[in-house]
Design a protein around this ligand. Structure first.
Ligand SMILES: C[S@@+](CC[C@H](N)C(=O)[O-])C[C@H]1O[C@@H](n2cnc3c(N)ncnc32)[C@H](O)[C@@H]1O
Length: 175
């Protein structure tokens, strides 16, 4: 009986781990130096809506909210959601910074003026397709460390790549 329970537990843990590994990057926070660099590099205007895709402990959302954005983060890890909401409260940024406990693949990115991505190489093509489908022309995308395979960056300074969504041709959107 104990062996059966142990096997079921191992199976459940494996499925959960597989789900996390295939849906996005593991938690690795951006360095404080690069967080500051990102705020300057993005050229965001006050009042714009920004999204951090996989927001970790909320450091990027907090930095952009401090710089005048309405900053949102999507995060799947409940512990990081709790930590980042606590950090937002400590920084007095309620009403300017928001963390949503969601899987980012299930959310629409179209309301945002700037989308920030620090994920992983094998998912960048999938992100690119999502951006082509959902983002409005003029939306900026800031990638940390991993680039979009078929888009040309408008600005690059290692490890940051800045892109701007242009109007897509219908044929391109279909593919
Ligand atoms: C490399 S870390 C980046 C954290 C933060 N953006 C930063 O730069 O410090 C990637 C984050 O994405 C989150 N993540 C991975 N897959 C996700 C998914 N499908 N939906 C929401 N968050 C996800 C992870 O939990 C992790 O916090």
């Amino acid at each position: 009986m104990l062996i059966i329970i142990a096997n079921v537990l191992v199976l459940v843990v494996t499925i959960i781990l597989l789900y996390y590994v295939t849906s996005g990057a593991p938690y690795l926070p951006t360095t404080d130096k690069n967080v500051l660099k990102m705020v300057k590099f993005a050229g965001m205007k006050r009042g714009q809506k920004i999204l951090d895709v996989g927001s970790g402990d909320g450091r990027i959302v907090i930095a952009f909210a401090k710089a005048g954005a309405e900053a949102h983060g999507f995060e799947i890890n409940p512990i990081l959601v709790w930590m980042s909401r606590r950090n937002i409260k400590r920084a007095g940024l309620q009403g300017k910074a928001f963390i949503h406990f969601v899987n980012f693949w299930k959310r629409d990115f179209s309301p945002y003026d700037l989308v920030i991505v620090y994920q992983i190489t094998h998912l960048m093509k999938k992100f690119q397709k999502k951006f082509e489908k959902e983002l409005r022309p003029g939306t900026k995308i800031l990638c940390n460390s991993f680039f979009l395979p078929d888009w040309k960056a408008i600005k690059f300074d290692k490890p940051l790549y800045l892109y701007e969504k242009v109007k897509m041709r219908k044929s391109k959107l279909k593919s």
